[in-house]
Design a protein around this ligand. Structure first.
Ligand SMILES: NC(=O)c1ccc[n+]([C@@H]2O[C@H](COP(=O)([O-])OP(=O)(O)OC[C@H]3O[C@@H](n4cnc5c(N)ncnc54)[C@H](OP(=O)(O)O)[C@@H]3O)[C@@H](O)[C@H]2O)c1
Length: 326
């Protein structure tokens, strides 16, 4: 197979196309002929040496793919060769072939082309488990999503709106703010020109929002807590500001009964990811099939041009997901 290796920690130029033997599906796994792989910010961190693959995971980057099942491993009965699937991986997606545990595979939603389905797993699993499970966002509640035009943000806005929430987002330009609103956000805030805490207080008449999904950390933490309603939930999924530490006013947490939580997806067990997959199949796949939620693909690059895909991601000029096609 062809795949992209990280030659050493460094800039996008360390991504190089090589040939390796095909991976072999073990018990409960399938071998997939990859049509496209999704590019995610954690891949950039992995390339920089800041997010090593968990024990047992492939050293090849790539957390999600879509394609056709080429071969099934021992004991697999629910998926057959030729089936079109998308899959969440703990690595190995930047390749013409990869293996995936069956519980982490979902069918390509009706009406969607196979390549576009590669944009689904990482953000749908992450948003589901963090916004709706940990954050408990319910119909009629309100949410704020930072990085509204990120892969994560575009998925969170659409799923939350489709499930009856009132959604606000932040983004780094007016053009990006309009894109968030086109996806269903009630209002998007340009964080470069407007203080999001003040904006949220104005937009919610001083109440605050019920759930915030944050990718920044650091100085955003106390500001997020200040933008939450009573009984609000702050869910931390990224630390793009760099700091793993923050100073918070614990009186605010006590007085307003706030919850601060967070999680990472990659290190969770196959069983746990399979449980999230079943919830997505039940709750989100019908929305995709009905066209009420769509993957927003900003750009697609040939696999060999993975470095260009990473440059685009690091520029933050994209709106939505970036794909690598085989
Ligand atoms: N915990 C998990 O399980 C998990 C899983 C997947 C992803 N993540 C995290 O989720 C985040 C988004 O991932 P993604 O793949 O969707 O990335 P992405 O598409 O590259 O989006 C990142 C966005 O962050 C915004 N941004 C960059 N610098 C910023 C800054 N200084 N202030 C505010 N916004 C800034 C950029 O938009 P602007 O132009 O608007 O700034 C950019 O579009 C990353 O932190 C990633 O590590 C976590």
């Amino acid at each position: 197979m062809r795949c992209i290796e990280i030659a050493q920690a460094g800039g996008p130029e360390v991504l190089r196309l090589v040939e390796r033997p095909d991976p072999v599906p073990g018990p409960g796994e399938v071998l997939i002929d990859v049509v496209a792989a999704g590019v995610n910010r954690p891949d950039v961190l992995q390339r920089l040496g800041a997010y090593p693959p968990p024990p047992g995971a492939s050293d090849i980057p790539g957390l999600e793919v879509a394609g056709r099942v080429a071969q099934t491993g021992p004991g697999v009965t629910t998926v057959r060769a030729g089936d079109e699937v998308c899959a969440l991986l703990s690595g190995g997606g930047y390749a013409s072939r990869c293996v995936a545990p069956v519980p982490q595979c979902l069918p390509v939603p009706a009406g969607l082309d196979v390549a576009a389905a590669a944009a689904l797993p990482e953000t749908f699993f992450t948003v589901w488990t963090n916004v709706f499970e940990r954050g408990g966002l319910a119909a009629g509640e309100s949410a704020l999503f930072h990085g509204g035009t990120s892969g994560i943000g575009t998925t969170a806005i659409q799923l939350a709106v489709a499930r009856g929430a009132r959604v606000f987002a932040t983004a780094g330009s007016d053009e990006k703010c309009r894109a968030c609103e086109a996806l269903g956000a009630a209002h998007a805030i340009n964080y470069r020109t407007t203080d999001f805490v003040e904006a949220i207080q104005t937009l919610t008449e001083g109440r605050g929002v019920d759930v915030i999904l944050d990718i920044m950390g650091g100085s955003y933490v106390p500001r997020n807590l200040a933008a939450l309603a009573v009984d609000g939930r702050l869910v931390q999924i990224g630390l793009m500001e760099g700091a793993g530490k923050a100073t918070v006013d614990l009186w605010r947490i006590l007085g307003r009964r706030l919850t601060l939580t967070g999680s990472t997806l990659r290190a969770r067990s196959v069983e746990e990811k399979g449980r999230i997959a079943e919830a997505l199949r039940r709750e989100a796949w019908p929305l995709l099939a009905a066209g009420r939620v769509k993957p927003l693909v900003a750009a697609a690059f040939p696999l060999a041009e993975a470095a260009a895909a990473h440059r685009l991601m690091e520029s933050s000029a994209h709106i939505g997901k970036i794909l690598l096609v085989t």
